[in-house]
Design a binder for this molecule. Structure first.
Ligand code: C2E
Ligand code: MG
Ligand code: MG
Ligand code: MG
Length: 278
């Protein structure tokens, strides 16, 4: 009896694994199709410069409208795209599309593009950046590349080399989701980032929780000492904004100022001002 139950449980897991594997395989096929038939698009979320009191840039965020499943989150499909190598083609499309859109903006407005570790570490990456810049006419200084700490997991040498090459071209590099990795501080010591984006998990509690506030203060001070700019991610309300202003944070990004928007809504956001929080 016990034996039979055991076998049944095993059978259950076997079938569950089989279903998961098939769903993944289907997602892979769908992603390939999506890239070929133009199902991807970009949304743009403004990054508000508190010091200049104006929109200083937009982050490009990938969107996928699946013909049957509807909108699928990048949190779900990017990992599959990375495992299957499709991230290379998708990432290249993102560069061209984002630079094309950004080329029409005023001079002080930057475009921030998320780059997967796999793409960043690939030999052809620099060529893709150069091509997207030359084809769009976007000045390199208006491009900011966002990478996360996971880029260091497979070794640091190539990463440092790539950072130097990008910066030599005038392209800026931001460390995204700061504080969520294993050794954020040691990377800051050796790598010349232009900007740190404080992860939303620290911003959520910044107004109510003294520990979150202390961590945010420490990161802002650290960035100032290292001559790096700061953006706070996921700013949703006035109390968070007031704290971040108080700490001297350079930029905020989040639903408080604007959600990510479609291309057609960018123009009206360009001159928008953030209401002052008491
Ligand atoms: P991320 O780069 O850290 O982007 C910020 C995420 O936070 C976005 O989610 C954005 O919509 C969301 N967000 C912005 N403000 C708020 C807020 O006030 N509250 C809350 N709760 N969320 C906010 P999204 O668009 O779902 O993207 C998730 C992640 O997917 C991104 O995190 C990034 O890691 C990845 N991703 C998005 N687009 C691309 C892309 O083109 N290439 C690559 N490689 N990864 C991408
Ligand atoms: Mg990002
Ligand atoms: Mg982030
Ligand atoms: Mg993220």
């Amino acid at each position: 009896r016990a034996k039979r139950d055991g076998r049944g449980v095993f059978r259950f897991f076997e079938e569950a694994l089989d279903i998961a594997a098939r769903q993944r395989r289907q997602l892979e096929l769908d992603l390939r199709e999506a890239l070929m038939t133009g199902q991807f698009r970009l949304n743009f979320q403004p990054i508000y410069n508190l010091k200049a009191d104006r929109v200083g840039g937009f982050e490009a965020l990938l969107r996928w409208n699946h013909p049957i499943r509807g909108e699928v989150s990048p949190v779900q499909f990017i990992p599959v795209a990375e495992e299957t190598g499709l991230i290379m083609g998708i990432g290249e499309w993102v560069f061209h599309e984002a630079c094309r859109v950004a080329a029409g903006w005023p001079d002080h407005v930057r475009i921030a593009i998320n780059v997967s570790p796999i793409q960043f570490r690939s030999p052809g990456f620099l060529a893709i950046v150069l091509q997207a810049l030359s084809r769009s006419g976007l000045p390199p200084a208006r491009l900011e590349i966002e990478i996360t700490e996971s880029v260091f997991l497979d070794g640091e040498d190539n990463v440092l080399n790539m950072l130097h090459q990008l910066r030599a071209m005038g392209v800026r590099v931001a460390l995204d989701d700061f504080g969520t990795g294993y050794s954020s501080l040691s990377y800051l010591r050796s790598f010349p980032f232009d900007k740190i984006k404080i992860d939303r998990s620290f911003i959520t509690g910044v107004a109510a929780d003294p520990s979150s506030a202390a961590i945010v203060r420490a990161i802002v001070d650290l960035a100032a000492a290292l001559h790096m700019e700061i953006t706070a991610e996921g700013v949703e309300d006035d109390s968070q904004l007031a704290c971040l202003r108080g700490e001297g944070c350079d930029n905020i990004q989040g639903y408080l100022f604007s959600r990510p928007v479609e291309i057609a809504a960018i123009q009206q956001l360009l001159p928008a001002k953030l209401a002052y929080a008491a």
